[in-house]
Design a protein around this ligand. Structure first.
Ligand SMILES: [Zn+2]
Length: 328
């Protein structure tokens, strides 16, 4: 059965499913009830003046899971920052990334991640330098405090991160960071948490909305990244020390040549081999997701809309006041 797509002309969003689209995303429960929202490309820079904090445990997290969306939001006006929680010292699984010592892993990933931040168009990046696979030992309150500082420092409006509520997650770095981000987004806006920040010149800042990704996501929002797919390929090509992209294509091309074979897919030079390998194999899940939603490439999120937190002021109050307030 063909998916029903309804475009919201004001927001560029499309609701997938049989129920009518909401005027704009408000309460999470309403967005979920109407089916996943398809976020289309927006023209111009409607997000100008807003700040995006993209947070990852490892140098390949954002690259693989959300780099198309981060690139899209920055292109649409966000000022972006990339935060990497670990130093990636454990490298990657055998056969992936670049083989090396623990120290070589640290340096390689540090360089790759800085390159990735540049490719995404980020204004800056931060490395928190926790040990890879060891974040379960990290004091949750220390991590929350560091993230509150960063939210207040860059005045973050929106975050992209692992989902703290997701299933099937094996990596302790992912869920430890995600839990801390969830708390920091809320606490950063409080008036009495870490008041020394205010003495240093910072102000309370509540994060408004969140794009959470996961291995088995509760999908409430699908982002069309068809226009950003080449940038996503380049970001994953830059992820040389870690991950399933990097130089695996040219490595396969070299291995085949030793056996007097070649794959037309991998072209005639190493850069083409790397790009085409990533687009064919590493981007397969983005392509499959896009096919399901009627676009070329997509990324999936558990999206938390502005006002979804029970502690925040419901944005409908302001709408109601605007419509109903009368002179005294
Ligand atoms: Zn990871």
């Amino acid at each position: 059965m063909a998916l029903m797509l309804r475009r919201n002309l004001l927001s560029g969003l499309v609701t997938v499913g049989a129920l009518p689209a909401l005027p704009r995303p408000q309460r999470q429960s309403l967005e979920t009830a109407s089916g996943p929202v398809l976020e289309r490309p927006l023209t111009g820079q409607p997000h100008k003046g807003k700040v995006l904090l993209a947070l990852e445990a490892h140098s390949d997290d954002i690259a693989l899971e959300a780099s198309g969306t981060v690139a899209k939001l920055i292109e649409e006006g966000y000022t972006g920052y990339l935060v990497r929680a670990t130093n990636d010292d454990m490298g990657d699984a055998p056969g992936l990334g670049t083989a090396g010592t623990i120290g070589e892993n640290v340096l390689g990933n540090e360089r790759d991640n800085a390159h990735i931040a540049d490719l995404l168009g980020c204004k800056g990046h931060f490395d928190l330098n926790y040990s890879n696979h060891r974040m379960a030992d990290v004091s949750l309150n220390e991590l929350i405090c560091r993230l509150i500082f960063l939210v207040r420092l860059v005045k973050a409006d929106t975050v992209v991160c692992w989902d703290p509520w997701a299933h099937d997650e094996e990596n302790p770095d992912h869920y430890t960071l995600a839990r801390a981000v969830e708390a920091a987004c809320w606490m950063a806006g409080r008036a009495h948490d870490y008041p020394e920040h205010f003495a240093a010149g910072l102000q309370p800042k509540t994060v408004q909305d969140k794009y959470y990704f996961a291995r088995r996501p509760e999908i409430t929002r699908v982002v069309d990244i068809s226009s950003q797919i080449d940038k996503k390929v380049e970001v994953n090509r830059a992820n040389v020390a870690k991950g399933p992209g990097g130089h695996l294509g040219s490595r396969l091309r070299t291995e085949l040549a030793k056996r007097h074979q070649r794959l037309p897919l991998l072209g005639d030079d190493d850069a083409t081999a790397d790009r085409n390998y990533i687009k064919e194999f590493v981007m397969a899940s983005s392509r499959e997701l896009g096919r399901q939603y009627g676009v070329e490439y997509a990324e999936a999120f558990h999206y938390i809309a502005p006002g979804a937190s029970g502690a925040d002021r419901d944005p409908r109050v302001d709408t109601y006041v605007k419509e109903h307030a009368v002179p005294l």
